[in-house]
Write a protein that binds this ligand. Structure first.
Ligand code: NAD
Length: 312
């Protein structure tokens, strides 16, 4: 070893992660609100940079961080990290997928909430109304759920949806025939999934390919009255096209845990979350005590492993 490794935690993380890193003998600086300017100025002092989705780890930052050995993402999406630049500069990138079950459960919760209009009824009851039976809901059982992106989260959503009696269509760019069979899902083309599903849920990473992969054409191809759930990344859906599909009645409802800008910045994003047919949550897919604990433990382990390889 060459001295005590220093870790900068640049986004809000569970205190357990800070404790686990300190227990491993790392010198930890916790600065969850550190500005971009401060980061660029001070990044050179650290061996490890821990981020969630707030901090953009681009090539400018990676070049400024001249001692950096590991970037650790407390979560699963790596779209805020320039993986190519990290590879070029010899910086390892580690992450934790410990939130998969939490995200899958939130997805099912949003589906049920949309099919039964739970947030709408809750609002009305709190306003003193008792609108029993005003808006008939729909059951999930017997309906078709389209899962786009059949990785860790998508496959869990499929298993949960099967347990609720749904028929599940699965689309992925990989060959997922075996995995789909194991989860009781039917592998599908994107176009068949779009036209057949009563509800569609997105579980792809945000990449150049998936940026706005659900736009005007895809929304138009969906079944009338379909429900769209997005717990992946906001920019996977073209928000303006989604607004239009909700306003025209093409879609019955949408549930979004993620936006292209968080918190919302553009007027169409603000309009989207205020829309009566939209259920919006503030990127809480991974925000359970179980996921936080799992992520903390997995990440501390992964950082120690990488530094061990690097230094010893
Ligand atoms: P994963 O890597 O296990 O699965 C992603 C799947 O998408 C893979 O099977 C991959 O082949 C597929 N895919 C990639 N590009 C595709 C394309 N162009 N077309 C079709 N399929 C494609 O990832 P995961 O752990 O299941 O997470 C999925 C995403 O969920 C993450 O990338 C992240 O953005 C998001 N996420 C959100 C939250 C939240 O808080 N809401 C939490 C964790 C993860």
């Amino acid at each position: 070893m060459f001295g005590v490794p220093s870790v900068l935690v640049a986004d809000p993380v569970d205190s357990l992660l800070l404790r686990l890193l300190s227990e491993r003998g790392f010198e930890v600086e916790y600065r969850p609100k550190v500005s971009r300017e401060e980061l660029l100025r001070e990044a050179h002092r650290f061996d490890v940079l821990v981020v969630r989705s707030r901090t953009r780890v681009d090539s400018e930052l990676l070049k400024a961080a001249t001692s950096l050995k590991v970037v650790a993402r407390a979560g699963a999406g790596l779209d805020n990290i320039d993986l190519e630049a990290a590879r070029r500069l010899g910086v390892k990138v580690v992450y934790s997928a410990g939130a998969s079950q939490s995200v899958a459960e939130l997805t099912i919760g949003l589906l049920v909430a949309a099919f039964r209009m739970i947030p709408l009824y809750d609002r009305l009851v709190k306003l003193g109304e008792w609108p029993k039976g005003r808006y008939p809901g729909r059951e999930l059982a017997g309906k078709t759920l389209g899962v786009i992106g059949f990785g860790r989260i998508g496959s869990r959503v499929a298993k949960l949806a099967k347990a609720l009696g749904m028929h599940v269509l699965a689309y992925d760019k990989r060959d997922i025939a075996g995995e789909a069979r194991e989860a009781g899902a039917e592998p599908s083309s994107l176009s068949y999934l779009l036209s057949e599903s009563h509800a569609i849920t997105l579980h792809v990473p945000l990449t150049r390919e998936t940026y706005r992969m659900i736009s005007w054409r895809e929304l138009e191809a969906m079944r009338d009255g379909a429900v769209l759930v997005n717990t992946s990344r906001g920019a996977v859906v073209d928000g303006r096209a989604l607004l239009s599909a909700l306003n025209s009645g093409k879609l019955a409802a949408a549930a979004v845990d993620v936006l292209e800008h968080e918190p919302p910045k553009e007027s169409w994003e603000k309009e989207l979350i205020a829309h009566p047919k939209v259920i919006a949550t503030p990127h809480i897919g991974a925000e359970t005590s179980e996921a936080r604990r799992r992520i903390a433990a997995e990440l501390a382990e992964a950082i120690a492993r990488e530094l061990g390889d690097e230094l010893g």
